[in-house]
Design a protein around this ligand. Structure first.
Ligand SMILES: C[S@@+](CC[C@H](N)C(=O)[O-])C[C@H]1O[C@@H](n2cnc3c(N)ncnc32)[C@H](O)[C@@H]1O
Length: 238
């Protein structure tokens, strides 16, 4: 599948972010109002000193805020000295409604929020409404399907990230191997992967075993009662 790289703006001009990455916007204004969903709700949060309103829908996994997104957002807010995001390049996989990417953007990062094609309209809408006037760098929204065309769409030479963020990307689905492949692909030497997840199923723990074999990992935090764990991972030196 061909990647569509849209930036979070209404312009129909090709856009370039602060890093010089080209980001054409072939479907500009239309994508600003989500068309995929028919029933919406709003959730309000406050992170990094900013009120954040997230548009949700019950129609897709990626259209509601999941518990690990709250945990990771809170952790990023509370640990800004250890995980300084200002001017850092951050990519979120499975960004869903965009809460974590919004927090990273408000904290000053160059953010690229990614997900499946159908999710991007709502993701772009939430990122735009919550970061305009509050970001140092305009966040980007891009399609990234786990395991698909990674080298073509995110060449390692130019797509080098300081942080990869992932919240509740592990649950009962059939893309766990492509997900791990994607994490490994994006996690270059120097990249820190922060993965928060609620552990529900045996398959979640099986993924965790593979994750630990793939990366050098540290359990950064546990959220008692919520069964959420937050891991830091870096590429293993081979
Ligand atoms: C459980 S939701 C979590 C959303 C968000 N991170 C949060 O915590 O609120 C999982 C996300 O992964 C995305 N996803 C699922 N399968 C995917 C795939 N094969 N490639 C890319 N993204 C995928 C979904 O669209 C969804 O946004």
């Amino acid at each position: 599948m061909e990647a569509s790289a849209h930036c979070a703006c209404v312009s129909s001009r090709p856009c370039t972010n602060d890093l010089g990455e080209s980001s054409p916007c072939p479907k500009p204004a239309r994508l600003w109002t989500p068309t995929v969903y028919s029933s919406f709700a709003k959730e309000s949060f406050c992170y990094a000193g900013s009120p954040i309103t997230i548009q949700e829908s019950i129609e897709d996994y990626g259209a509601v805020v999941w518990p690990a997104a709250l945990a990771l957002s809170q952790y990023l807010e509370d640990n800004q000295e250890e995980f300084e995001l200002r001017d850092r390049r951050v990519l979120e996989i499975g960004a869903g409604t965009g809460l974590v990417s919004i927090v990273a953007s408000i904290l000053g990062a160059y953010v690229t929020a990614t997900d499946l094609p159908d999710i991007l309209g709502n993701l772009r809408f939430n990122l735009s409404r919550n970061t305009q006037g509050r970001n140092l760098h305009q966040p980007q929204v891009r399609e990234l399907m786990w395991g698909e065309n990674l080298e073509q769409n995110f060449p390692r030479s130019s797509c080098l990230y300081d942080y990869i963020l992932a919240a509740d990307v592990v649950y009962y689905h059939t893309f766990l191997d492509p997900l791990l492949t994607t994490m490994k692909y994006l996690c270059q030497p120097g990249t820190v992967l922060l993965w928060a997840n609620k552990f529900r199923f045996n398959t979640d723990f099986e993924f965790l075993e593979k994750f630990r074999r793939t990366f050098d990992t540290t359990l950064l935090a546990e959220f008692p009662g919520l069964e959420i764990k937050l891991f830091k991972a870096t590429a293993k030196v081979e």
